[in-house]
Write a protein of this length. Structure first.
Length: 173
């Protein structure tokens, strides 16, 4: 039996993005005030779980999260969320955070591919996600030159542009 699931609206996804930014910001602010705070860790884990839901919505908006690239994109986001949650909740070392960032980088590469392929928004946003995600995935390796660090910023710029485009313009139908 196949169940058809409606594609989420672009603005709904943008609202989920906005809520994620707020949760992540609160978690960071709490962690900066008291790095050992249980409340900060709980808010950060909650934000990470929220990002997992956002990843599902993004994969659904730009593709099919049950087939092809969408499966790998969603899987990489879930692994990144689990590793980051363990890092926040259990205080696992820097290694857990690096693994999480590598998987989030892979998610951005795959999401960027879905964005480019979908042609629902400008392809430049998808390309920024791909370049920034690739840099995020490898920048943590010891043999990668620090000169590539600015490429890492493209992931954040790409996500910011994606959020603003979804909020203001929506998607082409």
């Amino acid at each position: 039996m196949t169940v058809a699931v409606a594609r989420p609206s672009a603005r709904m996804v943008a609202v989920f993005y906005l809520v994620y930014f707020v949760i992540a910001g609160i978690g960071q602010a709490l962690a900066l005030q008291d790095p050992a705070s249980v409340l900060a860790a709980a808010v950060q884990v909650g934000g990470t779980i929220w990002y997992g839901v956002l990843a599902l919505l993004l994969c659904r908006l730009f593709g099919d999260p049950t087939r092809g690239v969408g499966v790998f994109a969603l899987l990489s986001a879930v692994v990144g969320c689990v590793m980051q949650s363990l890092y926040f909740a259990l205080g696992l070392g820097r290694g857990a955070e690096v693994i999480a960032l590598a998987f989030f980088g892979l998610f951005l590469v795959l999401l960027g591919y879905l964005v480019v392929r979908s042609a629902l928004i400008p392809r430049a946003i998808g390309i920024a996600l791909i370049v920034g995600g690739a840099a995020s995935s490898v920048l943590w390796l010891p043999f990668v030159p620090a000169a590539l660090a600015p490429a890492f910023l493209l992931g954040g710029v790409g996500e910011g542009a994606l959020f603003l485009w979804l909020l203001i313009k929506g998607v082409r139908r």
